[in-house]
Design a protein around this ligand. Structure first.
Ligand code: DGJ
Length: 658
């Protein structure tokens, strides 16, 4: 609910309150972000930190908005124009006191999440340079100490959770790579050093942007904390032309009074929909670039027998693509490998009862491709600069509308011609040699292509990927159904990756394959059940070379896929509770599923895994053993952990009895 009271606005969710006030200079300030307050209580508050700090005056913090007008003058001085309040949406309209610049501060409540973004309009007849244009700045009430929680990583090791005391300094989280990045994901959580998984206050924000970005957190002497964030990395500037309008991505915020778990529940509710994701078989780890129709069909037959619902042909199906040296850009079936086209394979996959899926990387081009030879002017680059090749490839300049139109045309053709049910959209190289005017329109055109493709093919599922989890963010998740979390499919290592991913993103969006043992990346040998119990915690997929699996393994795998399908509504729609790094609980309606995984006995034995949120007075039946447990006993004593060896695991299914 949003209440307007003169120069004060009170935005309230079930468990949070946010108060914006205008000070005597018309500067909008955050007077409160925390537990809900009444209007009377809100009126008592001091004005607080700025909602969108600008340059100028006695300000020496992090500017969220840095402007330079044509005459060289910088900064802004606020003048309030008015409000627009419509249900759960609020816009505060402001202008500069002198220059013809209008600024909109936008707020929208969606459940427990407060979405914020900023718009700028240049009403003048000279351009305005934007040196920084963040979506929002955030400021919780002061505390003695502050602690930062975020995820960092690398290729094959994304989403590693970090929790560190925050120095009295400015701390920057950023991607300069043109995608949201393996190195750090665009969200953060802050607490006063006391919060736990289920208790204590946590303030959290996430940016819905899939290009480069920056968040700067400033802890001051005296307990003050503010942070500002938005698209674009340091040094990037934009021009706001006369009559031009700029709109930032959404930078959303969550206040949790019940710990990091409470913050995750709120993000999951916001980012989740009700749809169950299919069991996908993907051929990448099994066949790499060495693809043939017969071998793909043989894999498809085995995948179907195991219960896969979609069969995805990964990289290697298109013209000239026998290694990563050639082919990107030429999005038609390779005539050598598929002399009859892809139709026979697509039809055979459908005849087996599965949807047909394809891998694409629409933003990239190999110099050795027809596209590069015929359209060299579409390749992203700068005069007098070397064209950097990463994985032997360059990027197309997606900021150009004709490039985006071409990509949409190719994808639309592929999806229509082959009846593609599932598209894996990959992006395997960062943006380099790009001018200031490329970075933001590039991503907007990626979004536009995805939006238009999906509008034209409403049943199409899309998996977002950038060399694994390099482009996972709320902006990409708004346009895709799931994310390929990491190229590292070692189940033991995957636990930490999934633990970090799940802090913000829902389980249904977390692509997770069961692959071969020994694992292709780490050579680790693990039992099949352990690999399944790790991958079942998200959107289960299969990625192994099924042609090498024994009859016994295939039979066991078929049983585990069936078991997963039975618990899938609980995993995909339920509330996720982390019971430590290696155990997760999902609760939906009267059902509870707990997955406990023990990757190594070198780790200290864990305390009993105690489920959360059960009704103490209710009884719960173990659906596998038939044993009936009291909720109070489970809450207090936990579940048994019969895990005496490396890479062992349990799956417990409980149903609450009336
Ligand atoms: C990177 C992805 O993360 C992999 O799953 C696979 O699709 C390869 N690209 C293919 O080139």
């Amino acid at each position: 609910m949003i209440v307007s009271a003169g120069r004060l606005w009170l935005l309230t969710t079930a468990s949070s309150g946010y108060v914006v006030r205008l000070d005597a200079d018309d500067t909008p300030r955050c007077a409160h972000w925390g537990p809900p307050l009444t209007l009377d209580q809100a009126r008592d508050l001091p004005p607080g930190a700025e909602e969108l700090p600008v340059e100028g005056g006695e300000r020496f913090g992090v500017p969220a908005l840095q402007l330079r007008y044509a005459d060289g003058v910088r900064g802004a001085e606020w003048r309030f124009l008015g409000e627009e309040l419509d249900g759960e949406r609020l816009v505060l309209r402001l202008a500069d006191r002198h220059y013809p610049l209008e600024i909109g501060l936008h707020y929208r409540l969606r459940g427990e999440v407060l979405e914020r973004h900023t718009t700028l309009v240049n009403h003048g007849d000279t351009p305005i340079t934007l040196l920084r244009c963040d979506s929002a700045a955030w400021s919780p009430p002061g505390r003695e100490a502050w602690r930062l929680t975020h995820v960092s990583g690398e290729w094959g090791g994304e989403f590693r959770l970090r929790r560190t005391p925050l120095p009295v300094a400015e701390t920057v989280l950023t991607s300069r790579r043109g995608h949201s990045g393996h190195e750090v994901n665009p969200w953060l959580m802050l607490d006063a050093g006391e919060a736990t998984e289920a208790h204590g206050e946590v303030w959290s924000t996430a940016l819905a942007w899939s290009g480069s970005w920056r968040m700067t957190v400033r802890r001051e002497h005296g307990g003050g904390l503010t942070w500002s964030g938005g698209h674009g990395h340091d040094g990037l500037t934009w021009r706001l032309e006369p009559g031009g309008r700029a709109e930032t991505p959404v930078f959303a915020g969550v206040y949790s009074p019940d710990g990091f778990g409470g913050a995750s529940h709120r993000w999951h509710d916001y980012l989740r929909d009700d749809r169950l994701r299919p069991v996908v078989y993907n051929s990448w780890e099994a066949t790499g670039f060495a693809i043939s129709p017969g071998q793909q069909l043989a894999l498809a037959e085995r995948a179907a027998a195991l219960g896969a619902e979609v069969f995805v042909v990964d990289d290697g199906w298109f013209a000239g693509r026998s290694s990563d040296r050639a082919g990107l850009g030429d999005w038609h079936a390779d005539p050598g490998r598929f002399p009859d086209g892809l139709e026979p394979l697509a039809d055979a996959v459908r005849a087996l009862g599965m949807g047909f899926g394809l891998w694409v990387e629409p933003e990239s081009v190999n110099p050795d491709s027809e596209l590069a030879r015929t359209r060299p002017e579409w390749i992203l680059g700068q005069p007098h600069r070397r064209a950097t090749q990463v994985r032997n490839q360059l990027l197309l300049d997606f900021s150009r509308d004709e490039v985006a139109e071409w990509a949409l045309g190719r994808l639309d053709h592929l999806v229509g011609r082959y009846g593609v049910a599932f598209l894996k959209w990959d992006m395997n190289r960062p943006v380099t040699e790009a001018g200031d005017d490329v970075w933001i329109p590039y991503i907007r055109n990626v979004y536009a292509v995805l939006d238009r493709l999906r509008a034209a093919h409403p049943g199409l599922l899309v998996e977002g990927c950038a060399s694994g989890g390099g482009r996972a963010d709320p902006g990409m998740l708004a346009r895709t159904d799931q994310i390929w979390t990491s190229d590292n499919t070692d189940a033991a290592q995957r636990l930490a990756i999934q633990h970090g991913y799940g802090h913000l993103y829902p389980a249904a969006t977390m692509g997770a394959w069961v692959t071969d043992s020994p694992n292709a990346q780490t050579a680790r040998i693990t039992p099949l059940a352990f690999r399944f119990h790790v991958a079942m915690a998200g959107a289960l997929g299969l990625g192994g070379d099924l042609l090498r699996w024994s009859e016994q393994e295939l039979a066991e795998a078929a049983g585990l896929v069936a078991r997963y399908k039975e618990i899938r509504p609980v995993i995909h729609r339920g509330r996720l509770d982390r019971l430590g790094e290696h155990a997760v609980q999902y609760s939906h309606e009267d059902r509870v599923v707990v997955l406990i995984r023990r990757p190594s006995t070198l780790l200290p034995a864990t305390a009993p895994v105690r489920p959360r949120g059960l009704e103490p007075g209710a009884a719960y039946r173990d659906e596998d053993t038939g044993a009936v447990h009291h909720g109070a006993v489970l809450l207090s004593h936990g579940l048994p952990q019969p895990l005496p060896f490396d890479a062992t695991s349990t799956l417990t299914r409980l149903r609450r009895l009336r």
